[in-house]
Design a protein around this ligand. Structure first.
Ligand SMILES: *[C@@H]1O[C@H](CO)[C@@H](O)[C@H](O)[C@H]1NC(C)=O
Length: 403
């Protein structure tokens, strides 16, 4: 036989062999977004099949009903209980998602990099203007209206006594009637008020919207093994494509005594004029933070306080104006009024969907406004968490291109 003939037989054989390997049968066709070839249940081998190439898909777990529990056999010898905590918004918890040593590892990673004071809007806001909340339209600001004005313009949460002190310190309310007229407001510039509040915040950090220290971990650059294990576990749990898991942002946050985070949304409502942030535009502004999903890990136990609160969970209707003026955004004061709270526990994961899926595009839908949430103040001890944010772009195509 000639060399050429041998070669063609070999090609034929290779062809049919690869045909055998590639053709999925009913049993071995993995559900989209799962790792089908994890030999030891943890490590995916080289040929891991994650969804179909070029087919990004957003997934959403089925909550069934509040209190519903599913057992997940994610790793050999270890089953996790996925419990539905709330249907509106859809929130789950998994106790012992992280092992003690994994939790400790995240804390050690954060400590090695070094934590920094978390920024709030009050730290970076442009202080050239404020929006006056004259709710009753009488052209004067009552103490309550000034309180809302300061909250919304400066992201600072004061009570009446603090405001009266500010009036005295800045000589704002010359007739001492606890009301600020247009004339009186004219005499105080937003910059002066901003500066005053900044100084106060150093003294009273509990009045900031957020009082914590944080550090970003970058999973895409990380070769850290524990990190990789956790990413894979998150992938198996959420059934999201590996690309999204790999590109998620991870932040470790430490809350000391009185540490808290007032209620907020983790993502931004859809807006065709402002695109989702990419890794590069993220720091420049004029882009939206687009986080499809939040996975929050408690890395420590907390002696007292430090719950994750959802102030409007399960409410029949939701009016954000009502929420703002109710004072319930201020979790430092109003945590006890929240509709639903998750107590911290080392190793526990709490997961929720910041967005719905748009059935027409099969991609990012509107923000689920019922996901307003935050961290209640730490009363005793300290609280460590890791936030795992699943980032996306506005469309599948943009997300596929990389961001
Ligand atoms: C919660 O629901 C009630 C009843 O529908 C409504 O009156 C109230 O304004 C809602 N709260 C908020 C913050 O929207």
């Amino acid at each position: 036989m000639t060399g050429r003939a041998w070669l063609s037989i070999l090609v034929l054989m290779v062809d049919s062999l690869s045909f055998c390997i590639n053709e999925p049968t009913a049993e071995n066709k993995a559900p989209r977004g799962t790792c089908s070839k994890a030999v030891d249940g943890v490590h995916c081998d080289e040929n891991v099949v994650v969804g179909e190439p070029g087919q990004l898909e957003l997934t959403r777990l089925d909550g069934v009903e509040e209190g519903y529990v599913t057992s997940l056999d994610i790793e050999p010898g270890r089953s996790l209980q996925l419990k539905t905590l709330s249907m509106k918004p859809l929130v789950f918890e998994i106790v012992d998602f992280l092992t003690t040593s994994e939790s400790d590892h995240f804390i050690a990673l954060a400590n090695n990099i070094g934590l920094q004071t978390s920024k709030t809007h009050s730290d970076r806001a442009n202080k050239n203007s404020f929006t006056l909340f004259d709710q009753d339209g009488n052209r004067r600001l009552s103490l309550d209206e000034m309180k809302l004005t300061i909250e919304n313009s400066f992201d600072v949460y004061l009570d009446h006594e603090d405001i009266r002190k500010m009036y005295t310190d800045l000589d704002m309310d010359q007739d001492h009637d606890n009301e600020i007229t247009p004339d009186e407001i004219q005499k105080t510039s937003p910059a002066d008020m901003g500066e005053y509040l900044q100084k106060k915040m150093i003294q009273y950090p509990e009045k900031k919207s957020r009082f914590s220290e944080q550090v970003w971990l970058r999973p895409d650059f990380s070769t850290d093994e524990v990190f990789q294990h956790v990413q894979l576990r998150v992938q198996k749990l959420t059934k999201l494509p590996e690309t999204l898991i790999k590109r998620s942002h991870v932040q470790v946050v430490k809350y000391g005594l009185k540490g808290h985070y007032n209620a907020h949304l983790d993502s931004t409502p859809l807006n065709t004029k402002v695109p989702c942030c990419t890794e590069t535009t993220r720091w420049k502004g004029n882009c939206r933070i687009c986080r499809y999903m939040t996975i929050l890990f408690y890395l420590s136990d907390v002696e007292e306080g430090g719950e994750t609160a959802f102030p409007v969970a399960g409410n029949i209707t939701l009016d954000e104006e009502v929420l703002r003026s109710s004072g319930n955004i201020n979790l430092f004061r109003s945590c006890h009024k929240a509709n639903f709270k998750v107590p911290p526990k080392k190793g526990k994961a709490v997961i929720w969907y910041n967005h719905f899926i748009n059935p027409k595009t099969d991609w990012l839908g509107e923000v689920d406004r019922f996901t307003w949430h935050g961290g209640c103040p730490v009363v005793k001890g300290e609280k460590w968490i890791a936030n795992f944010w699943i980032r996306v772009m506005d469309t599948k195509e943009e997300t596929e291109k990389g961001f």
